[in-house]
Design a protein around this ligand. Structure first.
Ligand SMILES: [Fe+2]
Length: 187
């Protein structure tokens, strides 16, 4: 059985010793080795969304359920992150800034496709967009090296690639719209 309290404690003690994107990778890998345990704890997903599991100044844990065939715009986190996929697939596109202007545009710089059991550590300057290319939910456990909800971040417009302030409400709206589309597709 997945023990969330133990997982939080382990994250806490590891981040205490080493506060970087590799600090929790091994315990995250261990957690996503057993998707059945995670589904038993979180339940089988019925819709996409960002579920807050833990939030503090030091670190945050999210359970992210990507709706079938959804895309989230390029964004940064302004803190390190570690992603572990326990079901489905997520295609990450990594972006880099074209110049150092605060509202500078970005260009695609690389890609990484993650599937069940995969983990990836992301440095604090990473910009990525995420696509669920499958017709099923993709489930991932995310650990961030700070307060995900209170730290100012940026997002980039999918059409113009111009930078704007990241608003979690915008992400929630994208999930809601994707859920609506997925429901229509099922009918
Ligand atoms: Fe992200």
């Amino acid at each position: 059985m997945f023990d969330i309290d133990k997982f939080i404690q382990e994250c806490d003690s590891r981040i205490e010793k080493k506060n970087n994107h590799k600090a929790v990778i091994d315990i995250l890998s261990k957690a996503v080795e057993n998707p059945t345990d995670l589904f038993r704890y979180f339940g089988e997903p019925t819709q996409g969304g960002i579920q807050k599991i833990y939030q503090s100044d030091k670190f945050s844990i999210l359970n992210v359920i990507w709706t079938p065939n959804m895309t989230i715009m390029p964004h940064n986190h302004n803190m390190w992150a570690a992603i572990g996929v326990y079901s489905g697939r997520e295609d990450n596109i990594f972006w880099r800034k074209l110049d150092n202007r605060e509202h500078g545009k970005i260009e695609a710089a690389g890609a990484k496709s993650l599937e069940k059991h995969d983990t990836v550590p992301l440095g604090s300057d990473i910009i990525h967009s995420v696509i669920n290319p499958t017709n099923k939910f993709t489930c991932a456990l995310h650990v961030y090296g700070g307060d995900f909800f209170e730290t100012p971040k940026s997002e980039w417009d999918t059409e113009t690639l111009e930078e704007a302030e990241y608003k979690v409400e915008h992400s929630h709206k994208i999930f809601r719209e994707a859920n609506k589309r997925a429901e229509l597709d099922l009918k």
